[in-house]
Design a protein around this ligand. Structure first.
Ligand code: EPZ
Length: 448
């Protein structure tokens, strides 16, 4: 019977302190007093949804991967770093938005439930683990507030590449003792995560893999460009057909994470609501083509100055417009809640149709508590503009719904308290500080 390492008193105390610290910070609140215009400059962070798969790519090589422009303060980044450390990936001391990851050897093949359930994107270690070692034992990520979030497309694709996969006790138990082999995979529906998992797996598979109906998000292109820098052979990034020719091994690389288009879109919508002028730095507007049309129609003015984007209201009243979320380059589902907040104050009405996730309207009852007039019918919501929103006590339910409540609070009359802001800490780097620097009356309050 292996001797269980007894945690000494210090370790127990530290562990208890850390968890209570996390619990306390997680239960912190945000207080906002509405009515201030936003004026100032915001440096957009590196994209969370690019950084997470990029970190998993480090598993594919025994040489170091240096990632720059990383949103290091996000809880999701910290959680995934812990998952990678469990597997034997060494992480350098994060500094100045740079993270060094190095996997000289994979010492464990298990991504445990207690970490994966906290951060679903941990399932992206599955493909790289299988490709590097021929073995993986990854907890099913489980659902989250916005949907059941199945991973059947990930599993079906890896099986097509020769992996034996069974689901036992809530874990995906996968093996490919002979190594993975290239395959033609036609996704029945577009999946960002499945495209990422299989693209990473295919870089070390024998032969060519063709991914059809692949996701085209900028984060997929960013991951592919990093893999190419590591020595992978990939064509068709950003198109619906990605071809990957497997190679023997991948080598060291340095990669600069693409700017966060969802954060950028959030600030553009914010200034539509509050008025004022924001200068957005280190972003790439071409990744938001589907948002720019509806925002200009609603009343946003967009100018460029070098690499900076300058956004302000065009002086006319906000006008309602309709949007439908779709895979890239369609309107991003991750900006649906934020755009809906803007529609609550538009002249006229707008309709929002959510086609990606089955339960992504949880911000609706919270916005209605602030005086919005929103009615949900199936996967559509009708928003009739009202003259004002009024501050209230509201609850964040998921990452992007939290952002939509912050936006509403910035423009509501009076004070809003937003509870359960641990959701926000997962995906928005220093959101309170960034808004304070532009004149918002917003503060984080520890939940005593
Ligand atoms: C990624 O999630 C993003 N997360 C999500 O951002 C984003 O909303 C989503 O893509 C769509 O753009 C990360 O990149 C870490 P999908 P992912 O696989 O990969 C179904 C945020 O707020 N599906 O493209 O999980 C699925 O249920 C988050 O930053 C299957 O049926 O999304 C959904 O209905 C939220 N089977 C649709 O496909 C599968 O095997 C799209 O999911 C996989 C997905």
């Amino acid at each position: 019977m292996p001797v269980q390492k007894k945690a000494n008193v210090t370790e127990l105390h530290t562990a208890r302190h850390d968890s209570s610290e996390k619990a306390r910070s997680g239960m912190d609140k945000i207080l906002v007093r509405g009515g201030s215009r936003l004026n100032g400059t915001i440096a957009v962070s590196g994209a969370k949804n690019a950084a997470l798969p990029l970190m998993c790519a480090a598993i594919l090589s025994d040489e170091p991967l240096q990632l720059r422009n990383m949103p290091l303060s996000l809880n999701d980044i910290k959680t995934l770093t812990a998952v990678l450390n469990e597997l034997g990936v060494v992480s350098g001391t994060p500094e100045d938005h740079t993270l060094m990851l190095h996997a000289p050897a994979i010492t464990c093949h298990k991504a445990p439930y207690d970490l994966v359930r906290k951060m679903r994107a941990s399932v992206l270690v599955l493909g790289p683990l299988l490709a590097r070692t021929g073995q993986a034992d990854v907890s099913l990520p489980g659902g989250c507030a916005i949907g059941t979030r199945p991973v059947d497309l990930h599993i079906d694709g890896l099986r097509a590449m020769g992996a034996d996969i069974s689901i036992e006790g809530g874990y995906i138990k996968a093996s490919a003792p002979q190594g993975l082999k290239g395959a033609e995979i036609n996704f029945p529906k577009v999946s960002v995560g499945a495209t990422e998992n299989l693209m990473m797996a295919a870089t070390l598979a024998a032969g060519e893999t063709i991914l059809s109906n692949a996701a085209r998000e900028p984060e997929i292109v960013d991951l592919g460009e990093c893999l190419i820098a590591m020595g992978a052979q990939i064509e068709g990034l950003g198109s619906p057909v990605i071809r990957i020719r497997g190679v023997e091994k991948l080598h060291a690389a340095t990669h600069h994470v693409v700017p966060d288009r969802i954060e950028t879109g959030t600030w553009m919508i914010a200034v539509c609501l509050t008025g004022g002028t924001l200068r957005l730095q280190k972003t790439r507007l071409e990744h938001l083509s589907a948002l720019i049309g509806p925002l200009k129609e609603a009343g946003l003015k967009i100018e460029h100055e070098g690499d900076d984007v300058i956004v302000s209201r065009n002086g006319r009243p906000l006008r309602g417009t309709d949007i439908m979320t779709e895979p890239y380059p369609g309107f991003p589902t991750d900006l649906q809640a934020q755009f809906m907040t803007m529609l609550t104050l538009c002249v006229g009405a707008g309709m929002v149709t959510e086609t990606i996730f089955e339960n992504r309207f949880m911000h609706v009852p919270e916005l209605n508590r602030m005086g919005a007039d929103i009615r949900v019918q199936g996967n559509s919501a009708i928003i009739r503009g009202v003259p004002d929103l009024v501050g209230a006590e509201v609850m964040a339910t998921d990452l992007r719904a939290s952002a939509s409540l912050i936006l509403a609070a910035l423009v509501a009359q009076g004070e809003t308290t937003i509870n359960r802001i641990y959701h926000l800490d997962r995906g928005y780097e220093n959101i309170v500080e960034k808004l304070q620097s532009c004149g918002a009356d917003i503060e984080r309050v520890a939940n005593i």
